[in-house]
Design a protein around this ligand. Structure first.
Ligand code: SF4
Ligand code: SF4
Length: 252
């Protein structure tokens, strides 16, 4: 989802790269160019008054060392070093609720800009992206390989030790508790929904064509390999099914 255009990185104004940046100037420029080359960038950054309304309404800003105003200012002033620094930790604090986008008098979407920065962090294989996404490897495996999501009954204390002490809360009698909540979908806990073989195979093409698998390869080679094997198997199954259909048609 990107379009190429020349960089407009400023050489002197608003570009306080220190004499010893965390990575070379060339890499900092490459990262910023990747962010601004996305077609969403110009829709989501129109200017900034530095008024702080976004930060005042941001739930994440209340709990973390994080400010959407700061993120927008870094991008608006093209502070390459600051952008890189924010991508090491701060951008992962955003809850993607888009309250900021609804309130900004300039029509900016700080949450949308954070999303772009996250995608670029993944593209560049940043350690921060690996660390944030590591606990979700099982979810990604299930979602990408089956097109289905984690269902409540799959969440167990033994299955998710990396979720920390809070996982022990699933020891509660959830089935009984769910029955007390009058929302029928919450009672479907063994599977999320049925995804047939044809749809799964089509989804693999989408994951490939949209670059999702390339991103995954950058941040988790092992998971990429496992998913690749599953995709090959399912594609073979689908081809066998088509061959069987053809044989049946020939018999008729
Ligand atoms: S992004 Fe919008 S709300 Fe936030 S400081 Fe800038 S102008 Fe104000
Ligand atoms: S989308 Fe992110 S930056 Fe915007 S209000 Fe929500 S948590 Fe804050």
């Amino acid at each position: 989802m990107s379009h190429a255009h020349g960089t407009r990185i400023q050489q002197h104004i608003g570009d306080p790269v220190s004499s010893a940046p965390p990575v070379g100037r060339e890499k900092l420029e490459e990262i910023f160019q990747d962010i601004q080359a996305d077609m969403r960038f110009d829709h989501e950054l129109n200017g900034c008054l530095n008024c702080g309304i976004c930060t005042a309404t941001c739930p994440s800003a209340h709990y973390y060392d994080y400010s959407p105003r700061e993120i927008v200012q870094l991008l608006w002033t093209e502070n390459l070093e600051g952008i890189y620094d924010a991508m090491q930790e701060k951008i992962w604090a955003c809850a993607q609720c888009y309250t900021c986008a609804a309130r900004c008098p300039f029509g900016n979407s700080p949450g949308g800009l954070v999303m772009l920065m996250r995608e670029v962090a993944i593209k560049h294989g940043m350690e921060s992206a690996r660390n944030v996404l590591r606990p979700f490897s099982r979810v990604m495996l299930k979602l990408i390989s089956t097109g289905n999501q984690l269902s409540p009954d799959m969440i167990s204390k033994d299955g998710f030790p990396d979720w920390g002490p809070n996982i022990s809360k699933v020891d509660a009698p959830l089935a009984t508790l769910r029955k007390a909540i009058p929302v029928p979908t919450l009672h479907t806990t063994k599977t999320a929904w049925e995804v047939n073989l044809k749809t799964s195979v089509e989804l693999y093409t989408i994951w490939e064509e949209t670059g999702v698998l390339d991103s995954l390869k950058t941040i988790d080679q092992n998971l990429y390999d496992v998913i690749g094997d599953i995709m090959d198997e399912k594609r073979d199954d689908w081809q066998d099914f088509l061959d069987d259909q053809e044989d049946e048609d020939d018999d008729d």
